[in-house]
Write a protein that binds this ligand. Structure first.
Ligand SMILES: Nc1ncnc2c1ncn2[C@@H]1O[C@H](COP(=O)(O)OP(=O)(O)OP(=O)(O)O)[C@@H](O)[C@H]1O
Ligand SMILES: [Mg+2]
Length: 496
């Protein structure tokens, strides 16, 4: 087995990785780090939660010239939370070398970011819109960039984002190395990417399946009006440590969160219309397990690395099969186990098939649980709590009362009464969500690459065929790019 010290990288980085608890590289790191160190352009595809951040972080940080005081590395990520998270990880990897990374994203006070950029970090991690804003204000200069990373590259190159990315690339005057990473890389996006890369090495880890084996995948056929009650039943039975529930729209996420709160669950929602401060607070509370359930649109589907997420529920099917891969990948990370449960209304089975075709994995059917199943689940959870107390708590003070009780009553009756009192009865407060119509299957003329899903170009401008060769690095493309970008971005994110 190879160790990080076997790579051609500085001692400070090896030490930092060791501080982070990383001794041996994951398969994608083992393959990608040497190629990226050679300075070649690269497309790296590996399953969710397998360490892609470090796979690009290590070579990038290795190449930072500490005698230089300009931004040398740029990472672009599709969401704000991901930009923050990647920034934190790069700061950890660079901690001993003195490499500083600053995140720059929408929704945060721009003056604060300008101040941070003035302190000359070596690396900037940004969301596209805010980065363009800084470029226009001339509060960031990209003339010394030698490494550009697109994390979640396929998402970044999807139609709503490509013009932003091209506008950013056009701002980098020097020759630079481009690294693209994602757990999914539809063929059409790979082709598109290769056009503005220099003979990229394509690195994939060997797995046949697109999803990791340690995620158990289930589907459940359920009619729209029953979804919420079924979800609550599952939550009661499975009592997840941390769960993420994905809904299709912002309104759906709001309604779901409210419904769960009404029924006594500890839940918080995030989506694109929630203020950034609130979004960050929600993630923080979820990370430190103050909140058990995060309800989210696809804004939380990609890249987020939160340990302790045991369950992912697709309350609504995702629009693209790729999105399914990323959503369920919020669990089962870094070798941990997880469960993914997907609700399908009867008219959506074709989408389920598309997903299975992409992931090369068959989901297991789960039956809607009965009321008795729920009671059993709740009692089991209560039993576990009791066992925990027996093993871990000091019960000395309670033993006298216990002995007295047992002198008078049958032991089974005493324990049964204790369980009854401790067990949370299922909460049946009525909750009604606005119905969401089933996903439509939109036939497209051509099969878009491996996944071949029916509706993958939904709502996006079908313009990629028009793109000129190598257009990404041409300055003269910029104006028109900028003009198009706002409307596009809005369209792309309007549901998230
Ligand atoms: N070499 C390593 N040894 C042990 N743990 C690691 C190693 N590399 C990364 N990890 C851990 O694995 C987890 C997943 O890493 P990361 O977020 O980079 O995955 P990813 O491949 O980018 O996933 P996604 O496709 O969801 O973005 C993190 O918690 C990270 O700390
Ligand atoms: Mg990632």
């Amino acid at each position: 087995m190879i160790a990080f010290k076997d790579f051609n990288i500085g001692e400070e980085i090896v030490k930092a990785l060791s501080n982070m608890g990383f001794e041996n590289p994951t398969p994608i790191q083992e393959k990608a780090i040497p190629v990226a160190l050679e300075g070649r352009d690269m497309i790296g595809q590996a399953q969710t939660g397998t360490g892609k951040t470090t796979a690009f972080g290590v070579p990038m940080i290795e190449k930072m010239d500490m005698s230089q005081s300009k931004v040398q590395g740029l990472v672009i990520a599709p969401t704000r939370e991901l930009a923050i998270q990647v920034g934190e990880e790069l700061n950890r990897i660079g901690q001993n070398k003195g490499v500083r990374t600053v995140p720059v994203y929408g929704g945060q006070d721009i003056q604060r970011q300008i101040k941070a950029l003035k302190k000359r970090p070596q690396i900037v991690v940004a969301t596209p819109g805010r980065l363009l804003d800084h470029i226009r204000r001339k509060t960031i200069r990209l003339d010394e960039i030698h490494t550009l990373v697109l994390d979640e590259a396929d998402e970044m190159l999807n139609m709503g984002f490509i013009e932003d990315i091209e506008a950013i690339m056009a701002e980098i005057p020097s020759k630079y190395q481009t690294l693209l990473f994602s757990a999914t890389m539809p063929k059409r996006i790979q082709n598109l990417a290769e056009r503005f890369m220099d003979q990229p090495e394509v690195i994939r880890t060997k797995s046949k399946q697109l999803t990791v084996e340690n995620i158990e995948q289930f589907y459940l056929e359920v009619k729209e009006p029953q979804k919420f009650d079924v979800l609550c039943k599952l939550l009661d039975i499975e009592s997840p440590e941390l769960a993420i529930i994905f809904g299709r729209t912002k309104k759906r996420v709001d309604e779901l969160t409210e419904g769960l709160l009404k029924r006594g669950y500890s839940a918080e929602g995030i989506h694109g219309d929630i203020t950034q401060a609130k979004r960050e607070r929600a993630i923080k509370r979820f990370k430190d397990q103050t909140t058990d359930i995060l309800v989210a649109t696809d804004v939380a589907a990609r890249g987020l690395d939160i340990s302790g997420v045991t369950h992912v529920y697709n309350f609504d099917l995702p629009q693209d099969p790729e999105s399914y891969v990323h959503r369920i990948g919020r669990t089962g990370r870094a070798g941990n186990k997880g469960q993914a449960i997907t609700f399908v209304v009867p008219r959506e089975f074709e989408h389920l098939k598309n997903i299975e075709e992409l992931t090369k994995h068959k989901m297991t059917r789960k039956i809607v649980p009965s009321y008795d199943d729920v009671l059993e689940g709740i009692q089991k959870a209560t039993r576990d709590e009791l066992l925990n107390a027996i093993e871990e708590q000091d019960l000395q003070k309670y033993k006298r009362v216990a002995e007295n009780l047992l002198d008078e009553y049958h032991s089974v009756d005493v324990v049964a009464a204790a369980i009854k009192l401790l067990a949370k009865e299922p909460d049946r407060t009525p909750v009604k969500l606005t119905a969401v119509s089933p996903l439509r299957v939109k036939k497209v003329g051509h099969k878009g690459g491996k996944g071949g899903g029916g509706n993958r170009n939904r709502g996006r401008r079908g313009r990629q065929g028009d793109r000129k060769q190598g257009g990404g690095r041409r300055r003269d493309d910029r104006r028109s790019n900028n003009r198009g970008q706002k409307g596009n971005r809005k369209r792309r994110n309007s549901n998230q």
